[in-house]
Design a protein around this ligand. Structure first.
Ligand code: T4K
Length: 394
């Protein structure tokens, strides 16, 4: 048996194995698009590749509008403003900090509501209990590509006349009730960051079925320009570049390959984790379309000898750079911690989930052999729990 690196052995991997290592499509295809971009001498500002990319996105998602933007954070900011949200908006704390920042950045207070411990997404009943006279909207997050309770949230939004936006950063290519995500709520925002299932280096898109909203978003993403020399509203620079669109068109052609590899990897993880006590992969709805981009393990402290953080330490020593997404929750990060120091008491499920989640590497850079090794590391860690704990306390 090999010795764990924390107990004096060599790391299992010579080079780091990252969570979020990019999926990269066919390079020759990308170079052909890049050559077209150079031949066109058109590098940004709604060029031909961005227009083609937008058409392809709409076709793939089956949604009327899908406006490419420079990244999802700016996409969220624009959608929030275009929807007229202000005052307070209800969001999960168990998300990447950008969801909350996109509100706070424009002087809107994110009010954190608790999550469902099974799906890790907003609990509509918890949302309802956070509504005040200042509430204008809800931002749900389809975490790990798992759809929010879209019916429950729509119901709350309709009854209280609130705008409903989805942060779909994790959910490109995922479905809900047999439909692709992108067409739910008032709008949905995807991230095409390098670490996402589908990337355009940096990038994102705002999807909506609403023509008026789409027109406002387009103008807001281009400084508020209505035409040459005419600005009719406040705007920002949210435009996607032609280079990003070239990467998007390239990667769209490889989506099926990315999904097949991610799915294979998830099945391999299921195999190697099956007999490890206290380590459970989160359940996924096999009836829905899925990008399988997130391998999320929950560490049950009652059933395993080691804590999530102890396992993380073991994996990092082996060069497996697993992540504690999204520990410790937005409410424990600034400026929110200072603004509402007691938020944790309202969010017991968020706090519990944030303590037990571990994201493991997957994507096209990871093969079944590596997953076997990662499974072996976790097995050895549990078998050597006493010794690891002794070492830690020295
Ligand atoms: N909403 C949600 C729910 C989100 O998860 C995100 C983004 C957003 C909104 C905002 O979307 P964008 O505005 O970014 O489009 C990373 C990403 O920077 C961030 O986009 C992403 N969420 C978040 C989950 O992950 P960090 O702080 O964890 O980044 P970093 O530098 O630690 O990299 C993550 C991992 O990826 C590392 O293990 C290294 C690896 N990596 C990264 C890059 C950039 C690579 O292997 N190759 C690369 O090129 O935030």
């Amino acid at each position: 048996m090999r010795q764990l690196a924390l107990l004096g052995g060599e790391p299992a991997f010579a080079a780091p194995l990252h969570v979020g290592c990019p999926n990269i499509g066919d390079r020759e295809r990308f170079f052909a698009y890049a050559n077209r971009m150079f031949d066109n001498r058109w590098l940004t500002n709604s060029g031909p590749l961005v227009q083609e990319f937008e058409r392809e996105l709409c076709r793939f998602l089956g949604v009327k509008h899908c406006i490419p933007v420079c990244n999802a954070t700016v996409g969220l900011e624009i959608a929030i403003r275009a929807l007229g949200m202000q005052g307070e908006v209800i969001v999960p704390s168990f998300t990447f900090i950008a969801t909350a920042h996109a509100l706070q950045w424009q002087g809107i207070t994110p009010v954190f509501a608790d999550i469902d411990p099974q799906t890790h997404t907003l609990d509509p009943r918890a949302v309802e209990s956070c509504i005040t006279s200042r509430t204008t909207g809800i931002v749900g997050v389809h975490l790990w590509g798992q759809p929010c309770d879209v019916d429950g949230l729509r119901n709350v939004a309709e009854r209280h006349n609130l705008k409903l936006l989805y942060d779909a950063a994790h959910a490109f290519g995922c479905g809900c009730r047999g439909r692709m995500l992108g067409g739910f709520g008032d709008a949905e925002v995807f991230s095409f960051h390098a670490t996402k299932f589908f990337n355009t280096f940096e990038g994102g898109a705002i999807a909506t079925r609403n023509d008026g909203l789409a027109a406002r978003i387009r103008r807001m993403a281009n400084f508020g320009f209505r035409g040459y020399d005419q600005v009719d509203r406040l705007g920002t620079n949210g435009k996607m570049s032609e280079a990003s669109a070239a990467m998007g068109l390239t990667n769209l052609a490889s989506l099926d390959d990315f999904i097949a590899i991610n799915r294979r990897n998830l099945l391999a993880y299921r195999r190697v984790l099956a007999d490890l006590p206290g380590l459970t992969l989160i359940a996924r709805d096999s009836a829905e379309r899925d990008n399988f981009q997130y391998v999320i393990v929950e560490v049950n402290r009652q059933k395993t000898e080691l804590s999530r953080d102890a396992l993380l330490h073991v994996l990092h020593a082996e060069n497996v750079l697993a992540r504690r997404y999204f520990w410790p929750g937005c409410h424990r990060q600034e400026p929110y911690r200072t603004m509402d120091p007691d938020a944790g008491r309202r969010l017991p499920r968020t706090e519990a989930v944030a303590e037990r989640v571990l994201a493991l590497p997957t994507g096209t850079a990871v093969g079944e052999q590596e997953i076997e090794i990662i499974g072996g590391i976790l097995r050895d860690a549990i078998a050597n729990a006493d010794e690891l704990r002794r070492k830690e306390s020295e």
